[in-house]
Ligand binder design. Structure first.
Ligand code: PLP
Length: 358
C-alpha cells in the first residue's frame, strides 16, 4: 500500500503515473486531480456470498465530474492540447459529455457533444451545460451519434474524444494500477459494466502492464456485465434498439468489441447480462446497506457478481467497479427506491412521532 501517493497533494493521474503514460515533459497536463479513488469493502455483499470471499468497490464515481471518464479525459484533452487542437467532439450517453466539457473548457477548447435526445440523465446534462459544452441533441440513439461524430472528426478540425481515442484507454488503465497498489496484489475477479467496452479493455491493459512489471503475481478474471436489453457483447451481435434503465450502457454496437472479446479470452473471463430489475435491486442494496449511491449502470457490476456468486472461488478477492455517481440520475433514484416517504404531515409533534412508530 503506497500511502504517500494517496495524500491530499495527489497531483492527478498523469503526474502520478507519467512513466506509464504516453506523455513527455512537453505535454500540457490538463487535470482536475482525478484518480486516487477509494477501494471500499462491501460487507453486506460479502455476507451474501460467504465462504471468506472479499468484495470491494472501486468507487470511480468520486472522480471530479462523477465518473471514471475523467481518467481517460485528462489524457485525451492533454494530448489534444499538445497537438494544438482547438475543439473536441464526442457522442455520449451523458458521462463522456460531462467529462469532455469540463476538461476541454479547462484547456480553453470548444466542446461539442452529441447526445440522444431524452436519454441522458438530468445530472449529466446539467453538467455539460454548466461546463459550457455546445450540446447537440439528436433524434437517434448513441450508436447513431457515434457514427456522426466519427465522420465529423474525420473531415473537420475537431478531435474525437470517445473511447476510440487511444489516449482515453491509457488514462483509464490507471484504475487497475491503483487497485494493485492498494491491495498489494491484483484481485482474483474484476467485475465491470460494459457499454462501449473501453473501460474493461483499459483495466486489462493496466493489469497486464503491472503484471509484466512484477507489481502483481496474478491476472484477474475479467467479468463483464451488460443490461439484458442492451447486451451485444453477451449475444455476440449488434442490438439495433438497445433499451435499459442504465442509460450509461445503453449501447447496441460497442466500438471496442474486438478488444473486449480479446480481454474475455485472455483473462478466461465471462460476459453476462443482468436484467433492469436485478440492476435496481443491487443499486438499492448498495445505497441502503453500504451507504454508497452509484449509477444504475454501475450497479450492474454488483448484480452480475451476485448472479454468478456460486462460481467465485473460496476466499477470492473481488473488485467491482462503480463507474459513476448516483447523483447523476436523480430521476432513477426517486422512481426506484424502497424508502418510506410520508408527505402532507401536519407540523405537530404528536402526529409525526406517531408516524415514526418508535
Ligand atoms: C461510460 C460508462 C460505462 C461504460 O463504459 P464503457 O467503457 O463504455 O464500457 C459504464 N458506466 C458508466 C457510469 C459510464 O459512464
Amino acid at each position: 500500500m503506497s500511502s504517500k501517493k494517496f495524500s491530499a497533494n495527489w497531483p492527478g493521474l498523469i503526474e502520478a503515473y507519467k512513466d506509464w503514460l504516453p506523455v513527455t515533459s512537453k505535454t500540457p497536463v490538463i487535470t482536475l486531480q482525478e484518480g486516487a479513488t477509494p477501494l471500499i469493502p462491501l460487507k453486506s455483499i460479502e455476507e451474501i456470498i460467504g465462504r471468506n470471499v472479499k468484495v470491494y468497490a472501486k468507487y470511480d464515481g468520486l472522480n471530479p465530474t462523477g465518473s471514471f471518464k475523467d481518467r481517460g479525459m485528462t489524457m485525451a484533452i492533454s494530448k489534444a492540447k499538445e497537438n494544438e487542437c482547438k475543439a473536441v467532439i464526442c457522442a455520449s450517453t451523458g458521462n463522456t459529455s460531462a467529462s469532455a466539457a469540463a476538461y476541454a473548457r479547462r484547456a480553453n477548447m470548444r466542446a461539442f457533444v452529441l447526445i440522444p435526445d431524452g436519454y441522458v440523465a438530468q445530472g449529466k446534462l446539467a453538467q455539460a451545460l454548466v461546463y459550457g459544452a455546445e450540446v447537440l441533441a439528436i433524434k437517434g440513439n448513441f450508436d447513431r451519434a457515434l457514427d456522426i461524430v466519427q465522420e465529423i472528426a474525420a473531415n473537420y478540425p475537431v478531435t474525437l474524444v470517445n473511447s476510440v481515442n487511444p489516449y482515453r484507454l491509457q488514462g483509464q488503465k490507471t484504475a487497475a494500477f491503483e487497485i494493485i497498489e492498494t491491495l498489494g496484489e491484483a484481485p482474483d475477479w474484476l467485475c465491470i459494466p460494459m457499454g462501449n467496452a473501453g473501460n474493461i479493455s483499459a483495466y486489462w491493459m493496466g493489469f497486464v502492464e503491472y503484471y509484466k512489471a512484477n507489481k502483481s503475481t496474478i491476472l484477474p478474471k475479467m467479468m463483464g456485465f451488460q443490461a439484458s436489453g442492451s447486451a451485444p457483447l453477451v449475444l455476440e451481435k449488434r442490438v439495433n434498439n438497445p433499451e435499459t434503465i442504465a442509460t450509461a450502457i445503453r449501447i447496441g454496437n460497442p466500438v471496442n468489441k474486438e478488444k473486449a472479446f480479446n480481454v474475455k479470452k485472455e483473462s478466461k473471463g465471462k460476459f453476462l447480462d443482468v436484467s433492469d430489475k436485478e440492476i435496481i435491486k443491487s443499486y438499492n442494496l448498495l445505497g441502503k446497506n453500504e451507504g454508497i449511491f452509484c449509477e444504475p449502470a454501475s450497479a450492474a457490476s454488483i448484480a452480475g457478481l451476485l448472479k454468478c456468486k456460486k462460481e467465485i472461488p473460496n476466499a477470492a478477492t473481488v473488485v467491482c467497479v462503480l463507474t459513476g455517481n448516483g447523483l447523476k440520475d436523480p430521476d432513477c433514484a426517486i422512481k426506484n427506491n424502497e424508502a418510506s416517504f410520508f408527505s402532507d404531515l401536519e407540523p405537530d409533534l404528536e402526529s409525526i412521532v406517531k408516524k415514526m412508530e418508535l
